[in-house]
Design a protein around this ligand. Structure first.
Ligand code: ADP
Length: 737
C-alpha cells in the first residue's frame, strides 16, 4: 500500500470517529454531505462532487436511497480515495489522474472547494488555481451544493403554524428539525416573535424584531397618520382615528362640532383596545360620552376609529379580506402579496348601525373567532360558500356581477405597499437595535396578515395589520353540544400552506435573486395599470419538481417607480439611525440631537442651540407621556419625525409640508454626504407623479364633515410643530426667537 493510501485510510478512520461523535452529540450528520458526481452534474471532469462518508450518516434517518453513495463507503471499494472524509469513486479518480495535476473537490452544502496538486508521491499540496478558474469552480460548487443539500428548517417554535409548515416542508423535500438543532439551521420558524429563540446568529428568522410593537393598533395608527399628514390623498384608505386617552379632548370636540354643524349627521365609531386581537374588547359608540376610558384605575390605551357604515355586502353579509403579505427584506424593501387570501363573513345580516344594533357583534365584526360561536356559522369544504371563503371565489363572484376586480386588486396592492412604507422606518430602528450592523445575526422576513374591508363603492379600507396572522389549518367545531374539537379546514389549508410553502421557496438560501435585476426590471410607467396576474419567478423545472407556480406576487421593488416618492419618513429614519450613535439604541439623547442639528447646520442666530435644547426637551417629554410603557429615555423615531417636521416648517415657511420636508431632507443629506439617504435618493424625490389620477378625497371616508382641513395631529392641543399658530405659548417664546 502506498504512503498515500495509508494516509487516506487514517483520514477515513478519523472521519468515521468524528462522524460518530457528531451522531452522539445529536448534530445532524447530513450537515456537510458530499456526494459523488454524475456525468450530468459534473461539467468539468476535474470538478468532482463526492459523497459524505456514510460513517457520519445516521443510517436509519437517511433520506437518500441506498446506492452508489452507500457502496462508496463500503470497505470493498478500497481503491477509492478519501480526503477529509470524502470518498472519490474509482472512475472519478481515473479522470483525475488523466487530468494529471489538478483536482477540485466540492463539499456539498458548504460551497467549499478543496484543490490539490498531485505530487509524484501521491500526496496533495494546495495549489491556487487561476482566479477565474477558481471562481468558476466555486460557483459550480455553490450550484451543486444548493441543488443537493436540503434546506434545514427549525420548527421547534412554530406553535400553531406547525401543521401548515410541516406540509410545506414535505412538499419542498426540505429537512425539518422539530426539536431544534445544535448546528445552525437555514431557516427558523417562530410562532410569535423574533425573540422566541434568542440564540440565533445566522440563517433567517420568519419574524422581524419590533414587528409586534409596530403593528399594535396605536403605533400603527400613528405611523399611518404621519403619512396622512404628508400625503393625505395617498393615505385616505385608513379610517380617521384618535388615540385614547391622549386625544380624548380632540375627539370629543371634533364630534361635537360635526354634530352641531349638521344635526342629521350621526357618525358611529369603533373602539379597539391597543393590544387587542380577535375582536376582543371592541365596541361601537355613537357619542364620545359612551367611551369606556378606564380599566379599573388605569386609563385604557385604545384607538377610536371612524366606523365604515357602508361596507360591500355579499349575501347581505358584511365580510372582510385577510390578505397575506410577505416582507421579504427591509433593506432593500421587498414585498410580496399572496394571490389567494381568505374572506371572513359575518353571521347576521348587516344593517347600518343604529342605537339598537350597536352591540350585535355577529352583524358588525367579521372576526372568525367571534362568528364561529354564532349558531349561523357555516363550515364549508367548498371555497366559495360558508362563513370563510377564498378571496378568489369572492372576486370571481364580484366579477360575475360586473365589478372591475382588476381595479379593486390594484387598489389593494397600492394599499399594501403604502402601509408597508408607513411602518418600515420604525422597523428599521428596531432592526438595527436588535441586529446592529457588523454583529452576527440572522436576516429576517415575515408574513403579515392585512385585514381589509371593501366599502360599498369598492374602495378598500385598511382595518389593521396582524404581525401573527393565524396559520392554523384546522378549525374549531362543536362536535357535540359544548364539545369543541379541531377538524381540518380545506379552505385554510389551501390558502395557508401555499403562503408558507411559497414564502419558504422565496427564502430558499440557494435561490436569492439579485435584487438589482428586479429593480431594473421593475416599475411600470406612469399611469400603467397594476396587473392582477402574478409574474412568475420560477426556478428551473428541474428544481421546481411538481410544485405549483408561486402564489406570492412581488409588488415591491416591482412598483418602485410609483411608490418610492412616498418614502420620506424612511429618509428621516436614516438620519435618526445615523445619529443614534451607540449601537443597540432606539432613542436619541440630547447630545446626539444637538450633534444632528450642528452637523446638518440647522441652527443659526434665529434658532440657537438653546432653542434646540428646549425643542428636544419639550417634544421628548410629551412623547414619553404618550408612550408610558417605553423603558428607554430619549427621543424615539416618531418624536424625531415630529421635530423634523417642525424644523422643516421653520426653515421653509412658504412651502407645503411635503415640500418643506423634502427640502430639509435634501439639505441634511447634502451636509452628511452619500451615506445618509436610503437607496436611490433621487428616485425618492417628491416630484414623481402619481401612478394614476387619484381622486381627491378627504381623510374621512364616510363622513366628510369629520375631516378638518388641518390633519389630525396638527390639531392636537400641544401640537406646535407645523403651524406656528398652534404652537403653545411657552414654546413660541423660547424656541422661536
Ligand atoms: P382585532 O384585532 O381585534 O380583530 P380589528 O381592527 O381587526 O381588531 O377589528 C375587528 C373587526 O371589526 C374587523 O374584522 C371588522 O369587521 C370590524 N372593524 C374594524 N374596524 C372597522 C371600521 N373602522 N369600520 C367598520 N368595521 C370595522
Amino acid at each position: 500500500m502506498s504512503d498515500h493510501y495509508v494516509k487516506v485510510k487514517v483520514q477515513l478512520e478519523q472521519m468515521k470517529s468524528l462522524g460518530q461523535d457528531a451522531e452522539k452529540e445529536g448534530v445532524d450528520a447530513e450537515q456537510v454531505p458530499v456526494s459523488s458526481p454524475t456525468a450530468s452534474d459534473s461539467p468539468d471532469p476535474s470538478s468532482i462532487t463526492i459523497p459524505a462518508t456514510d460513517a457520519s450518516k445516521p443510517r436509519g434517518k437517511s433520506r437518500s436511497k441506498p446506492g452508489k453513495d452507500d457502496k462508496n463507503s463500503s470497505g470493498k471499494q478500497i481503491s477509492d480515495l478519501s480526503l477529509h472524509g470524502s470518498v472519490v469513486s474509482a472512475a472519478a479518480e481515473k479522470n483525475l489522474n488523466r487530468l494529471g495535476y489538478e483536482r477540485t473537490l466540492h463539499i456539498r452544502g458548504t460551497g467549499k472547494i478543496l484543490q490539490g496538486k498531485k505530487e509524484t508521491n501521491g500526496n496533495y499540496v494546495t495549489i491556487h488555481a487561476s482566479k477565474n478558474n477558481q471562481e468558476a469552480r466555486r460557483e459550480d460548487g455553490f450550484k451543486l451544493a444548493r441543488k443537493r443539500r436540503p434546506v434545514t428548517v427549525d420548527t421547534s417554535k412554530a406553535k400553531t403554524s406547525l401543521e401548515a409548515l410541516k406540509i410545506s416542508i414535505r412538499q419542498l423535500k426540505w429537512k425539518e428539525f422539530p426539536l431544534g438543532r445544535r448546528a445552525a439551521c437555514d431557516i427558523y420558524w417562530h410562532g410569535v416573535s423574533f425573540h422566541d429563540n434568542e440564540n440565533i446568529v445566522s440563517g433567517q428568522v420568519n419574524k422581524f424584531p419590533g414587528m409586534i410593537e409596530m403593528l399594535r393598533k396605536i403605533n400603527m395608527s400613528r405611523a399611518v397618520r404621519t403619512m396622512q399628514e404628508l400625503f393625505p390623498e395617498e393615505y385616505d384608505f385608513y379610517p380617521r382615528s384618535w388615540i385614547l386617552p391622549e386625544e380624548y379632548q380632540q375627539f370629543s370636540t371634533q364630534i361635537r362640532m360635526v354634530k352641531e354643524n349638521d344635526a342629521t349627521v350621526n357618525p358611529t365609531f369603533i373602539v379597539k383596545p391597543d393590544g387587542g386581537s380577535q375582536g376582543d374588547g371592541i365596541y361601537l359608540i355613537r357619542d364620545p360620552s359612551d367611551l369606556k376610558l378606564m380599566a379599573g384605575s388605569q386609563a385604557k390605551q385604545s384607538v377610536v376609529q371612524e366606523y365604515i357604515q357602508k361596507p360591500l355586502l355579499i349575501d347581505k353579509l358584511k365580510f372582510d379580506i385577510r390578505l397575506y403579505v410577505l416582507i421579504k427584506s427591509l433593506e432593500p424593501l421587498e414585498i410580496y402579496i399572496a394571490k389567494e387570501g381568505l374572506t371572513r363573513f359575518c353571521t347576521e345580516p348587516y344593517q347600518e348601525p343604529s342605537q339598537k344594533n350597536l352591540s350585535h357583534v355577529f352583524m358588525h365584526l367579521t372576526n372568525y373567532s367571534l362568528n364561529v360561536h354564532s349558531g349561523n356559522f357555516v363550515h364549508s369544504d367548498s371555497q366559495s360558500t360558508g362563513s370563510k371563503r377564498t378571496l378568489s371565489s369572492v372576486l370571481y363572484r364580484l366579477a360575475a356581477k360586473g365589478v372591475d376586480i382588476k381595479r379593486v386588486w390594484s387598489d389593494i396592492i397600492a394599499l399594501v405597499i403604502k402601509t408597508a412604507i408607513a411602518v418600515v422606518p420604525e422597523l428599521k430602528v428596531y432592526y438595527q437595535a436588535d441586529i446592529p450592523p457588523g454583529k452576527p445575526g440572522p436576516t429576517c422576513f415575515q408574513i403579515l396578515g392585512f385585514d381589509i374591508l371593501l366599502m360599498k363603492n369598492l374602495k378598500p379600507v385598511l382595518l389593521e395589520v396582524n404581525s401573527n396572522p393565524s396559520m392554523r389549518i384546522e378549525h374549531e367545531q362543536e362536535v357535540a353540544p359544548g364539545v369543541f374539537e379541531y377538524v381540518p379546514s380545506p379552505v385554510d389549508e389551501e390558502v395557508k400552506v401555499g403562503v408558507i410553502r411559497d414564502t419558504l421557496r422565496l427564502m430558499d438560501p440557494g435561490h436569492r435573486k439579485p435584487i438589482i435585476a428586479q429593480i431594473r426590471a421593475g416599475g411600470f410607467e406612469h399611469g400603467e395599470e397594476i396587473p392582477m396576474e402574478a409574474e412568475s419567478q420560477e426556478r428551473s423545472p428541474e428544481e421546481n419538481g411538481s410544485l405549483p407556480s408561486l402564489c406570492l406576487k412581488q409588488v415591491y421593488p416591482k412598483y418602485t417607480k410609483q411608490f418610492n416618492y412616498l418614502r420620506l419618513v424612511e429618509r428621516i429614519a436614516a438620519l435618526f439611525i445615523r445619529f443614534l450613535g451607540v449601537k443597540g439604541n432606539m432613542r436619541l439623547g440630547p447630545t446626539a440631537f444637538r450633534t444632528f442639528i450642528r452637523t446638518c447646520k440647522l441652527s443659526n442666530s434665529n434658532f440657537t442651540m438653546a432653542s434646540v435644547d428646549i425643542l428636544y426637551i419639550d417634544i421628548t417629554r410629551r412623547w414619553s407621556g404618550a408612550m408610558p410603557d417605553s423603558r428607554e429615555a430619549g427621543m424615539g423615531l416618531q418624536a424625531f419625525v415630529e421635530a423634523f417636521f417642525y424644523l422643516a416648517g421653520r426653515r421653509f415657511k412658504s412651502l407645503a409640508l411635503k415640500e418643506q420636508v423634502v427640502s430639509l431632507l435634501e439639505l441634511c443629506e447634502a451636509q452628511l454626504g452619500p451615506q445618509s439617504g436610503v437607496e436611490d435618493r433621487r428616485s425618492l424625490s417628491c416630484s414623481r407623479a402619481l401612478p394614476r389620477a387619484v381622486k381627491a378625497q378627504t381623510l374621512c371616508l364616510t363622513n366628510p364633515q369629520l375631516g378638518s382641513p388641518a390633519p389630525l395631529r396638527r390639531a392636537a392641543s400641544q401640537d406646535y410643530r407645523l403651524h406656528q399658530r398652534l404652537k403653545p405659548r411657552t414654546l413660541r417664546a423660547n424656541v422661536e426667537n
